[in-house]
Design a protein around this ligand. Sequence first.
Ligand code: SAH
Length: 260
Amino acid sequence: MGLGTVWFVGAGPGDPDLVTVKGRDLIARAGAILFAGSLVNEAATRWAPPGCVIADSKDMTLEQMSAWLIANAARCDTVVRLQTGDPALYGTLIELVQPLDAAGAPVAVVPGVSSAMASAAAAVESFTLPEVTQTTIFTRVEGRTPMPDGEDLAALAAHRTTLCIFLSITLLHKVEAGLRQAGWPDDAPVLVVHKASWPGEERIVRGTLATIKQQCRDAGIVSQAMVIASPTLGARHWPELTRSRLYDPGFTHRFRKATT
Ligand code: SAH
């Protein structure tokens, strides 16, 4: 008999309602679920069927995790690995897929709502605005994982685009230094969202390059936070905005003829 499929399911940023319908259906028919205990809200496992084997991977090594997934794929059709946010960002997707490939276990991925998107939603911000920026960079600053050449924050910030900075809330001094080196001014807006989407726990801190570190320190925010620096922040309150051309009355496109 062949092995069952191992599904890498994006569990979303924290609110169980932000697991996709497809992810929820897979959880509901899973024979085994391995979840990332430190980050995924346990509530994500609330749809698991009776008898489902559920384990927390927080104390496991990568070898133990892949062995667990393979052992369970040997006895059930559907094995779910729940990953925080979207599995394609700062997860262990490829490290886990390689041993599964080697073992001959089929693998599939279900995308999830990334915490970057949940943070924008929490603060009612847009990463892109016409004629302000049309680009968003997902990055981090160097912690124990070294940054590849050419990807230090100062180099990326030089583009003046939206920056979603993961895994860096304890390294705000490096964020600040990188942005300053790229010429961002003291009053550049910076947003920090802690536990975006977590019911009752989400916190939003709005500051500037000069103030955000102290504000986060005062608020005691030391983990699970997204740092966003962007020329679009606060646009909700701008008196003048360049409108998206797609909805401009004078702009003809595939679905609508210009009226002016
Ligand atoms: N794959 C995940 C990211 C995992 S890395 C995703 O797509 O969101 C973990 C980092 O993600 C944390 O250090 C933090 O920067 C961010 N993060 C995860 N959940 C978060 C949340 N609910 N609110 C804000 N940031 C979060």
